[in-house]
Ligand binder design. Structure first.
Ligand SMILES: Nc1ncnc2c1ncn2[C@@H]1O[C@H](COP(=O)(O)OP(=O)(O)OP(=O)(O)O)[C@@H](O)[C@H]1O
Ligand SMILES: [Mg+2]
Length: 502
């Protein structure tokens, strides 16, 4: 703890509208030296907008920002950075064709004469990555990294400046629990140096673990705040959603039937996963737990025809199949909600309606493929209501939605495709608690109607709360299997860190 509680940062009366949408309305925020605050709010509440104002990306319509008793009139991101504010963005904005090192130091590349000092660049990057304990090679091209690794590069980049305030907008959405622990160590050491952190996350456990104080936004307004030690989870949820929420996980209706809809035997992709065998039953929710890099995402990519396997058998409804492409997989009744939804899931310049219905246009097209726009709108409106997608209308271009609301649209698209086998890879990452509960409810409904579901999730409460059966993966192998009744966090973690049967 830092002894004095000097106010470091003060934002007052901040308002911001986008084309008629009021994103922020007279918001205030205070931050002390060395303090870690959790900035919470539902998807679209205004968190990222407030932080983009603080980091000089947006200009507020009204309001003032004071840093160490000096009024700041931010003229842009670089200005904010030189004033001592750095940000880890929710949407990773790295340059994929440049190396890790270049991305980290993009704003101050070391020079030797007029040329880039490559030696110093890679050395500095290596040193920073070592200090942070991130095992990423500085010479790798960012485009070749997993989302999680890219997120670590984004973190390293923000920490490469001398900052007084560090903003972390959902920094852990794509990293593992171990990496999160590492990040928390970093935040604690920053704190000891008097550096303050604004931490945005939809994960309550993280907020309690790392934040001194919690500030909640709702619909662009301050909805309450308090010390995390004083606030109970129910109180926070009430501030967040503005109503009581008692049950997050729905009661399981019935038991999955006996029919095996899909089976893989000795599925192997050289160097990635090995001898994976499992069965999936009609109406079953089969959870896949494991640390990042355990091979879950890669396994499902092969099931879905995105990457070929080098060995093994694949049966769908009792017959051997060869799925060579995603088209094959879709034709066999599969759907996959990908982990990296920004890359694979969404068409940025399309409207919300178009993004929801794009995979199912044939259902709403009549003679000569003419789209029934009324039906199209009805479908989208149903999901906008059900998943509480915050958007001015269905006609809004999806890239104008907040991060979490974009996610909801992608999920809606696949739910609407009513597949027989639905693979969900981290379906609630970045999604607020109210919508999480809705998504859980829909997953249960689909299972009750007979859809077989594969659920990859790094959040243990989620896999345990939803799955009928859980397979744990580590190092490309299945290292444990638990039925609903016997699943417990400790047992799963033990298998997840076991490192495979070798
Ligand atoms: N560039 C933009 N153009 C139009 N509307 C925008 C723009 N950026 C944000 N908005 C709107 O402002 C509101 C607040 O969005 P913001 O991204 O700040 O939410 P958030 O709290 O960060 O949500 P999430 O948890 O989903 O990331 C939303 O209604 C969003 O649609
Ligand atoms: Mg956001």
């Amino acid at each position: 703890m830092v002894a004095e509680s000097a106010t470091l940062l003060k934002m007052t009366g901040i308002s911001k509208s986008f084309a008629g949408v009021k994103a922020l309305d007279q918001v205030h925020l205070e931050l002390n030296k060395g303090e870690v605050i959790g900035l919470l709010g539902e998807n679209g509440a205004g968190k990222s907008t407030l932080m983009k104002i603080l980091s000089g990306i947006y200009t507020p319509d009204t309001g003032e920002i004071w840093l160490e008793n000096q009024k700041l009139s931010l003229r842009g991101p670089r200005h904010s950075q030189s004033a001592g504010i750095s940000i880890i963005h929710q949407e990773l904005n790295l340059l994929p064709h440049l190396t890790v090192a270049e991305n980290i130091f993009i704003q101050s590349l070391p020079q030797k004469g007029i040329a880039l000092d490559k030696k110093k660049l890679f050395q500095d990057a290596q040193q920073l990555l070592d200090e942070l304990g991130f095992y990423i090679h500085p010479k790798t091209l960012v485009g070749e990294l997993t989302v999680g690794a890219q997120q670590m590069v984004e973190i390293a980049k923000a920490l490469s400046f001398q900052s007084k305030v560090i903003i972390m907008d959902e920094p852990t959405s794509a990293i593992t629990e171990q990496e999160t622990a590492k990040l928390f160590e970093i935040i604690r050491s920053l704190k000891a140096k008097g550096i303050a952190t604004i931490y945005i996350s939809h994960r309550m456990e993280e907020i309690y673990e790392i934040c001194d104080r919690i500030v909640v936004l709702r619909d662009g307004c301050n909805a309450g705040e308090g010390l995390s030690a004083d606030l109970k989870p129910e109180q926070i949820v009430r501030m967040l959603v503005g109503r009581e929420m008692t049950q997050i996980f729905p009661q399981r209706k019935g038991r999955p039937g006996g029919e095996v809809v899909m089976e893989v035997k000795d599925f192997t992709r050289k160097g990635v996963f090995k001898n994976i065998s499992f069965r999936l039953h009609k109406g079953e929710i089969l959870g896949f737990s494991g640390l990042m890099g355990s091979g879950r995402t890669e396994l499902m990519e092969s099931v879905f025809g995105m990457e070929p396997v080098t060995g093994g058998e694949f049966m769908v409804h009792g017959s051997r199949v060869n799925i060579r492409s995603t088209q094959d997989a879709i034709a066999k009744g599969f759907a996959l909600v990908p982990e990296d939804r920004r890359k694979h899931g969404l068409i940025g310049h399309f409207t919300v309606i178009q993004n929801v219905t794009i995979a199912t246009l044939k259902n709403i097209s009549g003679f000569l493929q003419k789209i029934n726009f009324k039906k199209e709108r009805e479908i989208a409106d149903r999901y906008i209501a059900q998943l509480r997608i915050k958007t001015p209308s269905g006609e809004t271009v999806i890239s104008n939605l907040s991060g979490g609301n974009q996610q909801k649209v992608i999920i809606a698209k696949w739910l609407e495709s009513q597949p027989r086998i639905l693979i969900l890879d981290e379906p609630t990452r970045g999604i607020d608690i109210g919508a999480k509960a809705e998504i859980y409810h829909i997953i249960h409904e689909l299972a009750a109607q007979g859809t077989a579901i594969i659920l990859i999730s790094s959040e243990l409460p989620e896999v345990i709360g939803l799955s009928d059966r859980i397979l744990v993966m580590a190092g490309g192998r299945i290292t444990g299997e638990f039925h609903r009744e016997e699943a417990a966090p400790e047992k799963i973690m033990l298998c997840a860190t076991r490192g495979g049967y070798t």
